[in-house]
Design a protein around this ligand. Structure first.
Ligand SMILES: [Fe+2]
Ligand SMILES: [Fe+2]
Length: 285
């Protein structure tokens, strides 16, 4: 009888590293030490690699160098701080442009990808392209996503996206408040994504961006909000939907279709309160 194959994959998100900046690097060094010890098979870097401004070239160089120190295969997805925020529903001053996308690809490779391993399919989408207001790259990604999911038919699928799909329920509209609105994928793109997810066998949606841990299952899909490795976000009085902690997700996917996950790091990373630093230095994260 063949042994069950297993893929141990970690999702790290929201590293927020900056060239010449010490903060958040202490946590990153702890992640590097953990990976050195545990030797997972690969890592998905789920967006917000750099400190804050997507146009800071030196931060991208620095973040790429740091991620390479993991010494394991990696796949990258962009966050709002890497390529700019979503054109139609974002909040940051910098929005997605072809130039920012090109910069990301130059530093990290493809901004969306798919592969199969241990009997599972893995698909990473560039969440920053949703609601782009007509960028060619968005249409190209939708066509690619439909093809990629079809190619993985017959396998359980994990979908990685920097932004979660929704806050409360799939049918919710786009929020009026810009902070809430930019937290998740816009309603129209979400409906299209969920229809595709249900047409194929998507079992997990794994996201970053909120710097909070949260898990729920709905209609056969587990939604995992992964924490940040860098810091928690906003003052304690801010409305939070998940647990205000730092860490990363340690997944094990098995060829019999089962999986395990463990959110780790909250007990050994520094739970940096980024709002305290931001009060003193608005250009930081
Ligand atoms: Fe972030
Ligand atoms: Fe983000």
């Amino acid at each position: 009888m063949p042994l069950t194959e297993e893929l141990r994959l970690i999702q790290v998100a929201d590293l927020h590293l900056g060239a010449g900046r010490e903060h958040h690097l202490d946590n990153w060094r702890k992640v590097l030490a953990w990976v050195e010890r545990e030797r997972p098979d690969m890592a998905v870097i789920n967006g917000d690699l750099i400190m804050s401004d997507p146009d800071t070239e030196s931060d991208h160089e620095f973040a790429r160098t740091q991620v390479d120190r993991l010494g394991i295969p990696t796949r990258f997805l962009p966050g709002n701080h890497d390529v700019g925020d979503n054109v139609l529903f974002g909040k940051m001053a910098q929005r997605v442009t072809p130039e920012r996308l090109a910069r990301f690809r130059r530093h990290y490779g493809e901004d969306h990808w798919s592969f199969a391993a241990a009997g599972w399919g893995f698909v990473g989408v560039n969440a920053q392209l949703f609601g782009s207001g007509g960028l060619a790259a968005e249409a190209e990604q939708w066509a690619w996503l439909e093809r990629s999911l079809a190619q993985l038919d017959g396998k359980p699928i994990v979908l990685f996206t920097h932004k979660p799909l929704f806050l409360d329920f799939p049918g919710e509209g786009d929020h009026e408040d810009p902070t809430m609105r930019q937290s998740v994928v816009d309603a129209a793109s979400r409906a299209r994504l969920l229809a595709l997810a249900h047409a194929h066998d998507v079992r997990i949606v794994s996201s970053g961006h909120k710097h909070q841990t949260r898990t729920f299952s709905l209609d056969g899909i587990y939604h995992f909000w992964g924490p940040a490795t860098a810091c928690v976000n906003g003052p304690p009085t801010t409305l939070h939907y998940g647990t205000r902690e730092v860490g990363f997700i340690d997944y094990r996917f098995r060829s019999d279709g089962t999986f395990e996950h463990r959110v780790t790091g909250a007990d050994f990373l520094f739970r940096h309160e980024n709002y305290i630093r931001k009060l003193c230095d608005p250009d930081t994260h």
